[in-house]
Design a protein around this ligand. Structure first.
Ligand code: FAD
Ligand code: FES
Length: 237
């Protein structure tokens, strides 16, 4: 893991609140599902960096798909090519590649870690993507997944979890809002499905020191930043 100041290669706005930030000069991730702590250098507020998953790795740059929810993500959106970015990582344990057919499930911009996962997994891949509506963000994401996954299923406005076919033959990977993750955990339990869920708990230090990101598991509390953010759904309480 490296801490350092890197440069923004580009910052591409997909909509008023969603953008793709590309950083050059950082240590590249070892595994899909890992994240970095990011902070716009010129902003004193917020003080702490924010955890953001690896969206893609291209031409030696790490790309992030970011949705603005508060000051930290707003500051990241205002960055321009050449600006300085504080970045440390790659952090956490990502998605294991089980070398068998994979089903990926993403909810809205929560699908961010699944693109790099789809690119790095070796076997046949089906992805289910759920969006509230068709817009510039959904169109862009579908374009990016096209050609990487063997099958892309898109659901607008409904619950993507209801369209997924759950089986014991494939391994499932998912990322999205908390409500979606709870439903998926239940589905995995009900259908005996092997499923990995990426948890986006709030984080402060990102390196296991503050214990503010704990997740309850059958083996006791685990830090999402250190032992996660990806967990086997069977371990989660
Ligand atoms: C491992 C990990 C990976 C992540 N990957 C991405 C990513 O790829 N793209 C992306 O856009 N976001 C991602 N997030 C979420 C992102 O870190 C938060 O949206 C960001 O920290 C918010 O900072 P802020 O200063 O903009 O908002 P704040 O001012 O800190 O918060 C604004 C509002 O959002 C809520 N909020 C903040 N963080 C979270 C959270 N983690 N979960 C639920 N609610 C929250 C707050 O309670 C508050 O209501 C990830 C989070 C984690 C832990
Ligand atoms: S964010 Fe500090 S322990 Fe996880």
């Amino acid at each position: 893991m490296e801490y350092g100041k890197v440069r923004v290669k580009s910052n591409y706005k997909l909509s008023d609140g969603v953008f793709i930030l590309s950083a050059e000069g950082a240590e590249l991730p070892k595994q899909a599902g890992q994240f970095y702590m990011l902070k716009a250098s010129d902003f004193s507020e917020p003080f702490l960096p924010r955890p953001i998953s690896v969206f893609d790795v291209r031409d030696g740059c790490v790309d992030f798909l970011i949705e603005v929810v508060g000051k930290g993500t707003q500051a990241l959106m205002s960055l321009k090519a050449g600006d300085e970015l504080e970045m440390f990582g790659a952090l956490g344990n990502g998605f294991p590649d089980e070398k068998r057919d994979a089903v990926l499930i993403g909810g809205g911009t929560g699908c961010a870690p699944l693109l790099y996962l789809a690119k790095t997994l070796g076997k046949r891949k089906t992805i289910y993507l759920g969006f509230n509506q068709r817009d510039a963000v959904s169109d862009y994401l579908l374009e990016r997944f096209d050609g990487i996954c063997d099958k892309v299923v898109v659901i607008y406005g409904g619950f993507v979890t209801e369209d997924v076919i759950y089986s014991e033959d494939a391994v499932y990977y998912a990322c999205g809002r908390e409500a979606m993750m709870k439903v998926l955990k239940q589905k995995a339990d009900d259908f005996g499905t092997k499923m990995y869920l990426s948890y986006g708990n709030r984080m402060a230090c990102g390196v296991g020191a503050c214990v503010c990101c704990v997740v309850k598991t059958v083996d006791g509390n685990k830090r999402a930043c250190k032992e996660g953010p990806v967990f086997d759904s069977r371990l989660l309480v």
